[in-house]
Design a protein around this ligand. Structure first.
Ligand code: DGJ
Length: 721
């Protein structure tokens, strides 16, 4: 523990990973500011001298680059922290008190910096958790109200506040909606504040996710230049501000959205913000992505280095229209295909209000007696007899007004008591701020798993945003309504935490009618997520491409469906860049399509470990070319698999004449290249198995010969002695 309280000596704190460093420094008044963010310096003693080389001096100095900008004193900029003190005073100031760094486990270090208000009993701890080898930082703050008797009100409580001194800044941000997720836009930041935010309450990133790429000095590039990938680990409203200041530098403030969320912090209690996670690289966005993927697999995603189950889902195959015999008929197809499990989707529950479409039944989690007279246990059993496992869909946070749950427990529903109800997909959100509702949601899953211990998979869906955000529970408990957005998310985590304690191993898909929920806190409970309901492979290439900046392939559930008229080969090739699944009626496939799918799943089994655990390289960008190429290489560089697609279907538009340069191989080794996933009767693009050196493959490349008649080519690369 280091303390500068008495001497007011200037203190420098260095938060360092293998390649990078963030330095913090105190000024003569013990205010803490960010003095450096960039490549790690060779000598630690030099960090304290960095600030001498910058002349950020004006009346607002030490606030512009403050490490956690407080509001209400002499700060004129966007704050990270805003407080109404117990006496109504609206100011807070933070002075450095001490800091410490501890080793949490091998490769993981936590630096905590304690700041205190000299006038009011408020303390803030800034936490920086470094994953050394992966060059990842998780940053969050803890705000403490040390007033022994009175509450304070937090009006803004960001997770992280960063500062970058560079010439120019380019932001790659995302927008979209159902079936059109992750649409990128990259642009230069201009003076003033650019905000990315959500006010949706739940499935909060439907229109905009809390993930972005920030490139310094020039637009983002795969292999060159300074970039920062950032993402907030919070499954609710978020706000990320990018403020280009008077020095043309960039202030970044990321955290929970303070919109309608003033938070009363009781006497002697503390508030812990979610983590803002960032990967900084001096070698382009490819390196930053690979670091983030490795970190996610090693530290965040349950079973991140394990394997995943292929599946046949019945959503698009049947929608709500099924019964026992239809389903057991599909089991046969699943077995023939060779997938690991059958996933029963929406529509299996509700009796008074049967779930025969999306207008009724949500909330009543009893098997529909007409469709499934023998219940789920019968299906689990039949699946086992057919030689496959069984998984099930739930949407436990939601309710249709046409349900017994709504009739019995209107007080459990988020709604304004005296206003008209508004519905999103004909449904409302249950009030997870209420512990009884938390218990109810937990019991839906617990009951299913207790009755069916052989259930092997859960798809947890979430299809509505919060309208009329009002909680009867908070009102009853005299808790301000402005807690609803935060307490909802905490309630959700409470349920997921409890669920994971009891069922640590079951694989679970995070679904939200698409990618409306993928963030790294939710993904600490889920093995995978559903990027979009849009399974047209031409759309998926782009959606999966953009998700690949932030999430490893092992988390991406990609299904082959009948959404588009493209060949089954094209659809399957796209689905394989992650965890592949099918959502089709196998019996309706032609003989050739079926034998292709069976063989493709076998090919997939031989390369899926490389896709799930390997390093991902984006080789050819479909936004800039008429093709896309992505490659996954094993960590020891002995094997790889490359996916290539013709993305522009205009007449006579064939593959670019240039070869695709591979990455991540050993220049000194020789590799054999073989096209896999061939459709019956289709000729491979290479006449024979090709052997080329890593040096050749990475410097010259290989022409993958995409054409309108052969628009996707999957190549397996194997080291040869
Ligand atoms: C939305 C999901 O994204 C779909 O896959 C499906 O599960 C439906 N919900 C079911 O209602």
């Amino acid at each position: 523990m280091f303390c500068a309280c008495k001497l007011n000596a200037q203190v420098t704190i260095v938060v360092k990973s293998k390649d990078n460093a963030l330095a913090l420094k105190t000024d003569k008044d013990s205010l803490l500011y960010i003095s450096y963010f960039g490549a790690a310096l060779k000598e630690d003693s030099l960090y304290k001298r960095v600030s001498d080389e910058y002349r950020l001096s004006d009346a607002n100095n030490s606030m512009t680059n403050n490490a956690y900008t407080p509001a209400g004193t002499w700060n004129l900029l966007e704050p990270a922290l805003e407080i109404e003190q117990a006496d109504g005073n609206h100011s807070v100031e933070l002075k450095y008190v001490s800091h410490s760094t501890k080793t949490e486990k091998q490769n993981v270090f936590l630096t905590s910096v304690v700041l205190k208000d000299p006038v009011y009993p408020v303390e803030v701890i800034l936490n920086y958790r470094v994953y050394f080898n992966e060059n990842i930082i998780e940053q969050w703050s803890v705000i403490k109200n040390n007033n022994p008797k009175k509450a304070i009100r937090l009006d803004k409580y960001a997770s992280a506040n960063l500062y970058f001194a560079r010439d120019k800044f380019f932001l790659r941000q995302y927008h979209g909606g159902w079936a059109g997720e992750m649409k990128p836009e990259e642009h230069e930041l201009t003076a003033g504040i650019k905000t990315l935010d959500s006010k949706l309450g739940t499935r909060a990133n439907l229109f905009q996710p809390p993930s972005f790429v920030l490139a310094f000095n020039k637009p983002s590039d795969e292999d060159n230049g300074e970039v920062l990938l950032g993402t907030l680990a919070w499954t609710g409203n978020f706000k990320i501000d990018f403020e280009k200041d008077g020095f043309n530098n960039l202030r970044l403030i990321a955290g929970i959205n303070p919109y309608a969320s003033q938070y009363l912090l009781a006497a002697k209690s503390s508030f812990e913000t979610p983590a803002f996670i960032y990967a900084y690289s001096q070698h382009g966005v490819g390196t930053a992505s690979r670091n983030m993927h490795r970190w996610a697999r090693n530290y965040k995603i349950p079973d991140g280095n394990g394997s995943r189950q292929t599946l046949l889902n019945n959503w698009e195959a049947t929608y709500f229209d099924f019964d026992e015999s239809k389903l057991t008929g599909l089991f046969k197809g699943a077995k023939e295909l060779g997938v690991d499990l059958f996933l029963l989707d929406d529509g299996w529950f509700g009796n008074k209000y049967p779930r025969n479409d999306d207008r009724a039944g949500l909330g009543d989690w009893q098997e529909n007696r007409k469709k499934l007279p023998n219940g789920i246990p019968f299906l689990v059993n039949e699946a086992e007899k057919a030689g496959i496992k069984f998984g099930i869909w739930v949407e436990p946070e939601m309710v249709n007004p046409k349900s017994e749950l709504y009739e019995k427990h209107r007080d459990w529903v988020i709604r304004q008591p005296d206003r008209k109800e508004y519905y999103f997909r004909n449904q409302l959100v249950l009030d997870l701020t209420n512990p009884d509702v938390q218990q109810y949601v937990f019991s839906i899953l617990d009951t299913l798993l207790t009755k069916n211990p052989k259930l092997a998979f859960i798809k947890w869906d979430c299809n509505a945003v919060m309208y009329n955000a009002h909680s009867a529970y908070l009102q009853k408990k005299n808790i301000p309504q402005s807690h609803i957005y935060v307490e909802y998310v905490k309630g959700l985590y409470q349920v997921l935490e409890r669920f994971r304690k009891k069922y640590p191993d079951i694989h679970m898909m995070l679904c939200s009618g698409g990618g409306g929920r993928a963030d790294y806190k939710a993904l600490s409970y889920f093995t995978e997520f559903w990027p979009s309901d849009n399974t047209d492979p031409y759309e998926r290439i782009f959606i999966q491409w953009e998700n690949s900046y932030f999430f490893p392939a092992i988390t991406s559930c990609n299904h082959v469906t009948d959404w588009s008229k493209t060949s089954i080969k094209f659809r399957t090739d796209v689905a394989m860049m992650g965890k592949a699944g099918f959502d089709i009626v196998v019996d309706k496939l032609s003989a050739n399509d079926k034998s292709f799918a069976v063989a493709a799943l076998k090919d997939y089994a031989s390369v899926n470990k490389i896709i799930w655990h390997g390093d991902m390289y984006r080789l050819v960008n479909p936004w800039k070319n008429s093709t896309a190429s992505l490659m996954y290489a094993s960590a020891d560089r002995s094997s790889a698999v490359i996916f290539n697609y013709l993305t522009d279907r205009r007449y006579n538009n064939n593959s670019s004449i240039d070869p695709v340069k591979l990455k991540g191989l050993d220049p000194a080794k020789n590799y054999q290249l073989k096209e896999i996933n061939l459709y019956p009767g289709q000729n491979a693009v290479f006449s024979a198995n090709k052997v080329l050196s890593g040096d050749f493959l990475m410097n010259v490349g290989v022409n993958v010969r995409l054409s309108q008649s052969h628009p996707s080519v999957v190549i397996e690369v194997q080291q040869v002695p």
